[in-house]
Design a protein around this ligand. Sequence first.
Ligand SMILES: [Fe+2]
Ligand SMILES: [Fe+2]
Length: 287
Amino acid sequence: MGEHAPIRRPEGVKVRYRRMKFDFEDGFDRYWHGGSPFRSLFWTQLSTAFEPGEKFFIDSARALKDQIDDPALYEEIMEFCKQEGHHTAQHLKFDRMNAEMGIDIDRCRARYRRLLDRAREKLEPMEMLAATAALEHFTAGLADTFMKHDHLTRGADPKVQALWAWHAAEEAEHKATCYDLYRQLDGGYVTRAVTLPGSWILIIWAAIVNTIMLLWKDKKLFTTDTLKGFWYLFGWRGFISGMLGPFLQYFRFNFHPWKDDNSAHIQQWQADNAKYIQNLDQVLSSG
Ligand SMILES: [Fe+2]
Ligand SMILES: [Fe+2]
């Protein structure tokens, strides 16, 4: 195995499915993120990426999972698929509620779907897995930024925030699953390094275009809130600019997601959010 030997997860981290029930289903404001149209609609449109995105991730892992002979990783992949499937189900509920408020959810989701469908057509299974590993590194980077920087989530409706906090915690929890599968199948450095910039740029591009489109439809585009919103994403300690570090780390030959141990945040999340977890006993006994 040599340099491909899996890096052990930190104590207490285990990828496991949690069945959730959130309060956002009781309703929330259109501009639920501190009253800011930009911040709210940025997150609202991002939610629409998950149905096509997580299906892409699940399909790429499922297509190759039978080629490994590591039962622990196999089991982890199955839990990963269940986690991603449940993320999609919860985000679809959130999306439906936004659509009922007249937000053009379908067009946002279609933009993400078009990109991912094009990738499916062009990529071989191992390349598709490399794209998945790159995008999982993106979601893990967002999750890490989300969990570490309170100023990015300040003012958000706690009912909606709970959905995103759960998703962030589980993205951190399974951040190495697809990467480890890729490595166990002897996926090479060049493919994963080449895949990263393209997949990140396309997702960020779609997110920005969607946000601008929604702001335009709400007649909220040409406002100081939009300027502040771009600073929120790309400024000092911004949500996306904060991901420059993780972006660069991925190009290291000996990169592994768990070299950055953020497991304390996952544990903190579980301790603070037990009320939303429907199968908590089962989760705790499997931990
Ligand atoms: Fe997810
Ligand atoms: Fe994920």
